[in-house]
Write a protein of this length. Structure first.
Length: 208
């Protein structure tokens, strides 16, 4: 009984040592046959960091601008297409301006007419009207002077008994009519246009 008990511990220790030796051999073998780790070296350089992120988004301008035609018309010619790069001041499209050109020509004619009317206000009428009025005034002043001389002569003759009171009275009436005609034409030349006519002409010029 004693001999059997002594042999069992020795056998167990032997197996333990064997296992330890085997484990050490495995570790040593793994260490000796280990694959070397590859390390890549690179020279450090300065450069941009690029990061790409794919997502959905909406691009909006910092300053929004909407182009509107100054008048109601249509686009006659389109000079660029969507996505083109354009520069400041570049012509993008051409509008149909036939109607507005007609209106501009009509407005220019109105401006010239208004300018002529304003010039007539300053000079007392058109050139033809001024010439005619001056001729009429000269004729009326000459008739007034002639009537005045005739009246003076008849009054002298009346004092001498060579002219009757009726002849003097007719000469006085003739002078009065001549004086009235001359005064009317002088006033007409001075105030060729009334205040309402002046205001109307100025309003037409401003509108043109």
């Amino acid at each position: 009984m004693a001999s059997t008990n002594n042999s069992n511990p020795s056998s167990s220790r032997w197996w333990i040592w064997l296992a330890l030796a085997l484990l050490a051999a495995i570790i040593l073998y793994s260490f000796l046959h280990q694959t070397p780790l590859k390390v890549r070296a690179a020279l450090v350089t300065r450069g941009p960091i690029r990061s790409l992120v794919s997502t959905n988004g909406k691009i909006e301008p910092i300053q929004n601008f909407e182009a509107h035609a100054p008048v109601a018309t249509t686009v006659k010619r389109l000079l660029v297409k969507e996505g083109d790069r354009v520069r400041q001041g570049q012509l993008l499209f051409q509008l149909d301006d036939a109607d507005i050109r007609t209106q501009a020509a009509r407005a220019q004619a109105q401006v010239k007419t208004a300018q002529a009317d304003q010039s007539a206000l300053k000079t007392g009428g058109t050139q033809e009207e001024v010439i005619t009025l001056n001729a009429q005034l000269t004729k009326a002043q000459s008739a007034r002077d002639t009537a005045q001389r005739n009246l003076d002569a008849l009054r002298r003759l009346q004092t001498q008994g060579a002219a009757s009171p009726g002849e003097v009275r007719v000469a006085e009436e003739t002078l009065q009519r001549a004086q009235a005609d001359a005064t009317l034409l002088e006033q007409k030349k001075k105030d060729r246009y009334s205040v309402p006519e002046v205001a109307r002409t100025q309003a037409q010029a401003a509108e043109a």
